[in-house]
Design a protein around this ligand. Structure first.
Ligand code: ADP
Length: 351
């Protein structure tokens, strides 16, 4: 250890690290800040040392109270590492966003000795992300115009059925279905870009959950599977966003149908506990392979067995569903056994 110290000079190494590093006492009073911390924030060492971290005295205090409360709970009470994205303000008044982590350093009795905080500036990455999202949104809206024209022309042609032979009708139907798929994809991209950019504020409408689910099930026009509904709810009137709730059930039910062989069973189970509604969409289908489970909510990801029997898809549905659930403050997860079935669960607030 002594030799390593000699060779590296730990303090020197930390001082010169390109990552913003800070050490505070258990009360959050800053004892040490490295050069990168000075450079990133614009405050010098003299201004930093002795002040309280995360306050408006320095670059902090720009997040809402709940954020700091959550952070202190994690590091001081639970004595665990906190990770998060934080908005800060430099000395020159400019805002920056940082991927931050704060770790408690414990003595041998488990008491907090110090906190070590790191910051990594991600302002540029977030800006690029924002531009990408905006571009997708713009491109999607532009794509809708020519597609609408195609749709109108196909409908006109199909009206004149008498003049078409069997083969021509078949091709037209394929074009019609494909353009409907494209419409759906574009709508999904528009919704995703809205949710990703945080532009969507989910509305709070009075909704009757039973009616909403019945409407969704009806639009699916499903004939090959049995769909069961089980409600353990005192009150099926809830507060939520009608459009996005429909989108949630539609996506999960479409998947359950798509990935379950004919004559399979699909069950919708709704329960309530302490103001939270738990929905389960259960199927008896092909299941999700173990190796694909951790990637299932990723954008454009499709499991390795997803194209068995030519089941088409774009891998956006579950990503969209997760964005909606999380925007509504809920959680989503699943259980699945290969060739036995899958259950997707999600929670939403009822009021
Ligand atoms: P896709 O358009 O491919 O259906 P999703 O984002 O809706 O895209 O789903 C991602 C992947 O998750 C699917 O391709 C499929 O592999 C898997 N998946 C989703 N739901 C189910 C399910 N109920 N049963 C089995 N696999 C599923």
């Amino acid at each position: 250890m002594k030799n390593i110290k000699k060779i590296l000079g730990f303090k020197k190494a930390v001082l010169n690290s390109t990552e913003h590093i800070m050490i505070t006492n258990p009360e959050g009073i800053i004892l040490f800040a490295n050069h990168a911390a000075e450079k990133m924030t614009g405050f010098n060492k003299k201004e930093i040392i002795g002040k309280k971290a995360g306050t408006k005295d320095l670059w902090g205090g720009q997040m809402d109270e709940a954020f700091y409360k959550k952070m202190w709970q994690k590091i001081k009470i639970e004595k665990k590492v906190f990770h998060g994205i934080i908005k800060n303000k430099k000395k020159n008044g400019k805002y920056y966003f940082a991927q931050t982590s704060v770790a408690p350093v414990l003595d041998k009795n488990g008491n907090i000795q110090y906190f070590v905080g790191n910051e990594h500036d991600i302002t540029k990455e977030l800006e690029i992300d924002r531009i990408k999202t905006e571009f997708i949104s713009l491109a999607s809206h532009q794509l809708k115009t020519p597609l609408t024209r195609i749709k109108i022309v196909i409908e006109e042609l199909l009206k004149n059925k008498g003049n078409l032979d069997k083969e021509q009708k078949k091709y037209l139907r394929i074009i019609k279905e494909s353009s409907a798929d494209m419409f759906e994809l574009i709508d999904m991209l528009i919704n995703i870009s809205k949710l990703e950019s945080g532009k969507i504020v989910l509305s709070k409408e009075q909704i009757n959950l039973k009616n909403l689910i019945n409407e969704v099930v009806e639009t699916l026009k499903e004939e090959n599977h049995k769909i069961f509904k089980k409600y353990s709810l005192k009150n099926t009137n809830i507060i939520g966003d009608n459009k996005f709730l429909k989108e949630l059930y539609k996506n999960l039910l479409t998947n359950a149908i798509k990935y379950t062989p004919k004559k399979g069973k699909i069950t919708i189970l709704i329960k309530e506990s302490k103001g939270t509604i738990l929905s389960e969409i259960k199927d008896t289908g092909i299941g999700i392979p173990e190796k694909d489970k951790k990637r299932i909510f990723e954008k454009f990801f499709r499991a390795s067995n997803s194209s068995e029997g030519e089941k088409t898809g774009n891998g956006l549905g579950l990503y969209l569903v997760k964005q909606i659930v999380e925007a509504a403050g809920g959680k989503i997860w699943f259980k699945s056994k290969l060739n036995q079935g899958t259950s997707f669960y999600f929670t939403i607030q009822s009021h």
